[in-house]
Design a binder for this molecule. Structure first.
Ligand SMILES: Nc1nc2c(c(=O)[nH]1)N[C@H]1C(S)=C(S)[C@@H](COP(=O)(O)OP(=O)(O)OC[C@H]3O[C@@H](n4cnc5c(=O)[nH]c(N)nc54)[C@H](O)[C@@H]3O)O[C@H]1N2
Ligand SMILES: Nc1nc2c(c(=O)[nH]1)N[C@H]1C(S)=C(S)[C@@H](COP(=O)(O)OP(=O)(O)OC[C@H]3O[C@@H](n4cnc5c(=O)[nH]c(N)nc54)[C@H](O)[C@@H]3O)O[C@H]1N2
Ligand SMILES: [Mo]
Length: 762
């Protein structure tokens, strides 16, 4: 038996420095930070050359996030986040055979996530043989043969699980899902299950499409933009430019967030300095410091005011929607006391928001993880839809829903078939193209996959990108599950903890990144991606690959296809020229007609979106539907807190770029718990005191030691800590209704100090 490990992240040893919370986002510090990251990791010339190719028409799609590019681009279409993502990928390949000889897996388990990522790109395929303490090199052919043998010897296709993260191109993702379906399963959990799954489910049910309905241009025509549960200054910095431009045209912006996130206060576009403009722009007109989980109450409050005193779009409601009467009646049930208590927002502020909504002829609602990662994630998004439907703000210029996606191709991956629960209509079209029959039984999502692993029901786990161990909830349980798998395969660019907590046998297969030249038999290839607003476009790397042993993701999948199901698809043709993959995609997917031609157009093409294109709703009733949901129960045990897990300014999900959360003024240490100063003083806690946290769910308790308390402007009774360190506190079975998304923003916790006494309110 090999030794097991609990999978949690050891703390960085650096000390903690606190600085003033920033009030202006981007500006010179962002430009300096981007360049520093670049120059440190890839040198000056490469930094400049690489950054100038980001999001250009013939360049690569920024791996930073899924925010769309404007049609008229400047040479400055990247941001601090993108610059860091690019620099991080363009690192030298130093994680090679010598590296793994030097460090045993136990040695590496002692290192922090920051350290692991800083070691550079993975240079060659490696294997951890059963019982071995070290990884050793393996040839590509041997690796493919091993995977194929293991898959072929499974007693049932469902004993294989195939995860996908959201950077994978459309071409690679399409081939991957075709391979998995050819093998007889839909076991394709993906990062979306932990991310915007709630948005997809909520929108499909109410407006007939699981995506947003606005285009970037709509921001130029909006009167009001709501930004709910999203921190664009850190996670989608290019969105701030769109917000600033909207603002300059007179739009109002409301930020609904427990934290006063810097990016939504003031913004300075770094490029403006070049034009001699030194002013920054105030963004949010209203900041609404809702309690964690209080959005449903807040939205009901706003809608109550609108129904009482606002002007509704009665013709839209009559002609385009169903369920209005029940919805209207349902709001009578909620008293203002309940709404104010649950949301944490005074009635006057709610009325102020309602009057801005009422005055607006075109409202866009943007949101991200602050809504999706809650038990009522689907329901609360449907409240957002209700709000927009009241004023007819869907299918109108300058208005609509805008779930802001995370990973740069997470939306595209789902469009091309990375979907554990595919619809019948999707499968029918797919079968037409692929020409083999596809199983109908739905596969595992992320949470179900972890359960299956725990129960010993998984023989092979393949991860197309990502960091399954650290991104998923309940780290210790996931670690136990992963260690019960026979073979785990990580297809990766950088070292992470999922390479260290493995099945009996483990492979690391290193691939080309977005920024790199992909040369195949027919010449240099490009791939395609879909951004958050449904635009499909090309991405082509221009850098020399980090190592000669790297292969592309589409090639990797095709190599497995050649071995596992050679007669089902022309895998070798796919490797030679990716146009051949796109031809098959055209036949297998709706909306991809003339794919190879249209994707070569300068700005790519837009996928069909009936609500946006023609105010049509492809729901069962043919109309958009109002939804009726009860208020979620936001009560917790006295003395407990609600903890949300959030991203710092110096990380990309589980990839830790550095230890500076610059906007929030926290440096050098990530094991921080943000707390309201009044809550601290009531519990006699001082800045930098160490506390332990226990999370409570359905009678089960999880513990995590040694968190440093930092006072912050956060509602009373609420706490915040960084993901992925805090993931060990997220209970696996605490998930959103319908979407099954882990509730990473709602974790009930109690605190204790070193002497183990529970800290109670005085
Ligand atoms: N630099 C960088 N960019 C990224 C990423 C990254 O890690 N780093 N990750 C990418 C990915 S995959 C994603 S999904 C996106 C994530 O982008 P975000 O969703 O912006 O990321 P989070 O840090 O999870 O922040 C959620 C925000 O919701 C707020 N919030 C939490 N609970 C509630 C609540 O109950 N109500 C309301 N109204 N607000 C709440 C938090 O205070 C926080 O501001 O970013 C993408 N871009
Ligand atoms: N507690 C808590 N947990 C969360 C969240 C939260 O807010 N709180 N957020 C959730 C969300 S929104 C998401 S999207 C998930 C993210 O979950 P994942 O997508 O699984 O995690 P990442 O950290 O983005 O994956 C990073 C790894 O991807 C690999 N990689 C990077 N680029 C490439 C590439 O081009 N190709 C390949 N093959 N590999 C590549 C690198 O090896 C890197 O180490 O985490 C979720 N987990
Ligand atoms: Mo995400």
């Amino acid at each position: 038996m090999k030794e097991t490990h609990d999978g949690t992240t050891p703390p960085d040893t650096a000390g903690l420095r606190l600085s003033k919370i920033k009030t202006t986002a981007a500006g010179i510090p962002a430009a300096v930070s981007s360049l520093n990251h670049g120059i440190r990791k890839m040198g000056l010339t490469k930094t400049v050359r690489t950054l100038l190719m980001v999001n250009q028409k013939d360049g690569f799609d920024c791996p930073g996030c899924a925010w769309p590019d404007p049609e008229h681009r400047t040479s400055f279409e990247f941001c601090e986040n993108g610059a860091k993502a690019v620099a991080d990928e363009a690192m030298k390949a130093k994680v090679d055979a010598t590296f793994f000889q030097k460090y045993s897996i136990s040695d590496l388990l002692e290192k922090s996530d920051f350290w692991l990522n800083s070691q550079g790109r993975i240079a060659q395929p490696m294997i951890r043989a059963q019982g071995s303490t070290h990884y050793q090199p393996i040839d590509w052919d041997d690796a493919f043969d091993l995977i194929s043998e293991e898959i072929q010897s499974m007693s049932h296709p469902e004993r294989g699980v195939y995860y996908t993260s959201g950077r994978t191109s459309n071409e690679a993702a399409f081939l991957y899902q075709a391979l998995v379906r050819a093998l007889g399963s839909n076991n394709m959990p993906d990062c979306s299950n932990m991310c915007h799954e709630s948005s997809g489910k909520a929108l499909t049910e109410t407006i007939g499409i699981g995506k947003g309905t606005v285009h970037l241009e709509d921001f130029n025509h909006a009167d009001l933009i709501l930004v709910i549960g999203q921190n664009p200054g850190t996670n989608h910095p290019r969105m701030l430019t769109a917000l600033r431009d909207a603002k300059k045209r007179g739009a109002k912006i409301i930020s609904i967030n427990p934290l006063p996130e810097t990016g939504l206060q003031r913004f300075k576009h770094p490029q403006d300095y070049m034009n001699g403009d030194f002013r920054s722009t105030q963004l949010a007109d209203l900041f609404v410091p809702v309690r964690i989980g209080g959005d449903a109450a807040l939205l009901k409050g706003i809608m109550k005011v609108l129904l009482d005193t606002g002007a509704l779009d009665t013709s839209f409601i009559e002609n385009k929607t169903i369920g209005f009467d029940q919805f209207r009646a349902s709001l009578d049930k909620y008293s203002w006391d309940e709404i104010v208590h649950d949301s944490g927002i005074e009635r006057t502020l709610i009325e102020e928001i309602a009057s801005l909504c009422d005055e607006s002829n075109a409202t866009i609602a943007c949101w991200a993880m602050g809504l999706t990662q809650h038990r009522n994630g689907v329901a609360v998004i449907q409240e957002v839809v209700n709000l927009l439907l009241l004023g007819g703000h869907i299918g109108r210029k300058g208005a609509g829903v805008c779930p802001v996606r995370g990973h740069s191709n997470v939306q595209g991956d789902r469009t091309v078939g990375i979907w554990e629960a595919p619809s019948e209509s999707f499968l029918q079209k797919l079968e037409e193209g692929l020409n083999f029959s596809i199983p109908r039984k739905h596969g595992y999502d992320v949470v179900h996959a972890i359960h299956a692993m725990e129960q010993g029901n998984v023989d092979v786990f393949i991860s197309m990108g990502g960091n399954f161990l650290s991104a998923t909830p309940d780290t210790k349980r996931t670690a136990i599950g992963l260690q019960k798998v026979g073979l785990t395969v990580q297809i990766s660019t950088k070292l992470n903890r999922s390479h260290l907590i493995t099945g009996e046998t483990a492979l690391i297969l290193p691939v080309l990144g977005r920024t790199e030249i992909d040369l195949q038999e027919s010449g240099e290839q490009f791939v395609t991606v879909e951004n958050s607003m449904g635009v499909v476009h090309r991405s082509k790397g221009n850098m020399k690959p980090a190592s000669t042993s790297l292969i592309s993701e589409p090639t990797l999948v095709a190599q497995l296809g050649v071995r596992l199901c050679p007669d089902m698809l022309p895998w070798r043709e796919f490797m030679k020229n990716y146009d051949n993959i796109r031809d098959l995609m055209e036949r297998s997917l709706n909306g991809f007609n003339d794919y190879n031609h249209r994707v070569r157009e300068t700005n790519g093409f837009l996928l069909p979106n009936p609500p946006r294109d023609s105010c049509e709703f492809k729901t069962e009733s043919g109309k958009a539907s109002f939804s009726v949901h009860p208020l979620p129960d936001v009560n917790i045990t006295d003395g407990h807190f609600v903890l949300m897990t959030i991203r710092s300014h110096d990380q990309y999900n589980t990839t830790i770029y550095g230890l500076h959360d610059r906007y929030r003024g926290v440096h050098g240490n990530r094991r921080i718990v943000f707390m309201n100063a009044l809550d601290m003083s009531e519990r006699s806690l001082k800045t930098r005191d160490i506390v332990h946290m226990k999370s409570h769910f359905n009678g089960t308790v999880r513990e995590s030691q040694n968190w440093i308390v930092v006072p912050y402007e956060i509602p009373r009774g609420n706490l915040a800590a960084y993901f992925p360190e805090a993931n060990e506190l997220v209970p696996l079975d605490s998930t959103a209704h319908i979407s099954n998304t882990p509730t990473s923003k709602w974790i009930e916790v109690s605190l204790s100090t070193s002497d183990a006494s529970i800290i109670e309110e005085e």
